[in-house]
Design a protein. Structure first.
Length: 181
């Protein structure tokens, strides 16, 4: 397997006359933790959307898990997990139902979903909340559930878009401990 997880070459995105991302070049290996820092409007989320295969670049190239984001966006999506800063859960479903729902989106069999759910419940300590509605969870537990959903299909690459925004310090530390695992 290629040791390069993500690579961009002159990646650019223009919206009308505004250049949101301007000839971005970088290379990230598997196992690395890499972050974008900058003020609002600096192009961080736009770059993430391009790398996730959701938004096409205006010019330049990007590969994620060996797949071109323009030519093979569905393969990119199969290879990544994504945790948003905004809760992306179904609030009227339980923790268990949310995980099962995401497992079906990732085309996992029911047996694989059950096996993976058991592993994730141990990793995230969500097991005790399995029958609780997502809307009843605190912000920190909601983010653990979002992380659990993003890890369900064993992605090669995990994208995090401010996963601890609005989360209390203890929950923030717990999330980072899970990520380091």
């Amino acid at each position: 397997m290629n040791s390069t997880a993500i690579e961009t070459k002159n990646l650019t995105r223009v919206f009308g006359k505004m250049v949101a991302v301007d000839h971005l070049n970088f290379k990230i290996g598997y196992g690395e933790i890499f972050g974008f820092l900058g003020p609002n409007g600096a192009g961080k989320s736009t770059t993430l959307r391009m790398l996730c295969g959701i938004l096409a670049p205006s010019s330049g190239t990007a590969t994620v898990a060996g797949y071109d984001v323009v030519e093979e966006p569905e393969r990119v999506k199969e290879s990544i997990g994504y945790v948003s800063q905004h809760f992306s859960l179904y609030s009227d479903l339980t923790v268990e139902e949310n995980i099962h729902f995401y497992g079906r989106i990732y085309k996992l069999s029911d047996a694989d979903i059950q096996k993976r759910m058991a592993e994730i419940f141990v990793m995230t300590e969500l097991g005790r909340w399995r029958k609780k509605l997502a809307r009843e969870l605190s912000g920190g537990w909601k983010q653990r559930l979002a992380l659990a959903n993003s890890l369900l299909h064993r992605p090669k690459i995990l994208f995090l878009d401010e996963p601890t925004a609005g989360v209390d310090p203890l929950s923030r530390r717990a999330l980072w401990e899970i990520l380091y695992q």
